[in-house]
Design a protein around this ligand. Structure first.
Ligand code: HEM
Length: 431
């Protein structure tokens, strides 16, 4: 997915203009700056200093391009991973297909606006007599590389034997109910969902603002089933950049699918024509797993044992028997139950996943332990050939199992991208 500025994404916008009733949040900085400068006009040097710092701030914000919302594939998958996550799974509370479609259309408009750093609808300070269309906490903040990625869960198509929205026949065969795996301890309140939205941004306030505004728009039609905040990306789609570390202190994402590797993305991540229903072509299947880490036990484990568990060194991230992080791994040099040896494509008939997870700490668990771990997110062309066999292998023998537990799980079909203004999330499915 290419990164470019998106000054004109909204259907109501002419090239280079702000959309009608949709104000750039950055402009607020400009106005605030202008106000300060006018007020301080009598004190010329102060005004000049304020103006120049405003200009510097504005220039710094413009230096980070927004991520294009429209395209063949949804942004937020192959896109370089941002620093923060707010992920929400929704349940649809209406039986009305029309109401659901209306929300999806409104969501799409709002998503295009917010990923461009603009205010939703008539903005945060529109009409004095009405609740504002935009909740306002992102005023003054740039888009922060916000991406919003939607997915449809199995229960949207069929729940308790009911074809809820006339979609049953369109459920992809690949959108399976995930099988149980050994050691799973799944909390139903943190699993499943009819819909999901993954919001990624470099600023947590921007990601939270986006989910909150979508939830507000969907009121009466969808409800948040569960949500997860994440920080410190634990995977990278940019192998040329420094690899981030997970909460166990290891580099995570070294051997991940690169967002620029089009042949691998086409072969392993994007659904292709003939794979399943036509509406999913160009989309991808997302598995979300909330994986709790037993941090305290891990912290009492000797370094050599920690390294044996992954089959990589801690500081450099080099595979066993090699010197550098990106050296090709020699799987035979790793213990048989090492995580990397078991998860590597060579041990799984070539299966590849695009990992895009984040760390989380949600306070403590009441027993004096951190409620922390990895919110694992992985995209793939066919979950039955990627996540399921890899996780089967890991759940059976991974040395890491002593230190982790899967406590939440969900599976979603993420449709292809919205190609142009006027189209909407799910159009190919409902159309
Ligand atoms: C808390 C749980 C997990 C932790 C801490 C963890 C950590 C790591 C680390 C440190 C690496 C090595 C660096 C890299 O190449 O990214 C790695 C590799 C990998 N992990 Fe995990 N992982 C976890 C769960 C999972 C799960 C659930 C799956 C899939 C079912 C998975 C699939 C992979 C794959 C495919 C690789 C790359 C192997 C290779 O090609 O060399 N991981 N993981």
């Amino acid at each position: 997915m290419s990164e470019q500025t998106q000054e004109s994404q909204d259907p109501t916008v002419e090239q280079g203009q702000e959309p009608k009733g949709s104000v750039s949040r950055r402009a607020v900085i400009g106005w605030a700056g202008a106000g300060v400068a006018l007020g301080a006009a009598a004190v010329g040097t102060v005004a000049a200093a304020t103006r120049s710092s405003d200009e510097e701030a504005e220039a710094a914000l413009k230096a980070v391009p927004d991520i294009e919302f429209y395209g063949e594939h949804q942004a937020g998958i192959a896109t370089p991973v941002q620093d923060r996550l707010h992920f929400a799974a929704f349940d649809v509370s209406t039986t009305s297909r029309d109401a659901l479609i209306r929300v999806l259309k409104e969501w799409t408009k709002a998503a295009a606006v917010m990923t461009g750093g603009r205010e939703v609808g008539t903005g945060a300070t529109g009409l004095a007599e009405a609740p504002p269309d935009d909740t306002g906490e992102a005023l003054g903040l740039p888009a922060s590389r916000l991406t919003l990625t939607i997915g449809f869960g199995p229960t949207l198509f069929e729940k308790d034997g009911k074809d809820r929205f006339g979609l049953k026949a369109k459920r992809p065969e690949g959108l399976i109910d995930l099988p149980p795996f050994p050691h799973d301890n799944l909390d139903p309140a943190r699993s499943g969902g009819d819909l999901c939205v993954q919001a990624c941004a470099d600023d947590p306030q921007v990601a939270v603002h986006a989910i909150r505004n979508l939830a507000r728009i969907g009121m009466g039609v969808v409800t948040v089933r569960w949500s997860q905040l994440g920080f410190g990306k634990t995977s990278s789609t940019t192998p040329e950049a420094q690899t981030p570390r997970n909460l166990m202190g290891f580099k995570d994402g070294t051997h991940n699918v690169s967002g620029k590797d089009t042949p691998t993305l086409d072969e392993h991540i994007w659904a292709a024509p003939g794979d399943g229903p036509e509406w999913m072509t160009g989309g991808s299947y997302l598995v979300a797993r909330r994986i709790r880490m037993h941090i305290e036990t891990w912290d009492r484990t000797p370094l050599s044992e920690q390294e044996d568990i992954f089959g990589r060194t801690k500081r450099e991230g080099a595979p066993f028997g090699k010197q550098k992080e990106h050296d090709a791994p020699d799987l035979a040099a790793m213990p048989k139950d090492a995580h990397v040896r078991l998860a590597h494509p060579d041990s799984n008939s070539g299966a590849k996943l695009l990992r895009r997870g984040f760390s989380f700490t949600d306070g403590s668990d009441g027993l004096g332990r951190l409620e922390a771990g990895l919110f694992f997110l992985a995209y793939q062309r066919d979950t039955r050939k990627a996540f399921v066999p890899v996780q089967r292998k890991l759940a059976a023998t991974d040395a890491l199992n002593e230190y982790i537990q899967h406590v939440g799980s969900a599976h979603f079909a993420c449709p292809p991208g919205v190609r142009k203004p006027g189209e909407w999330w799910g159009q190919s499915l409902f159309g």
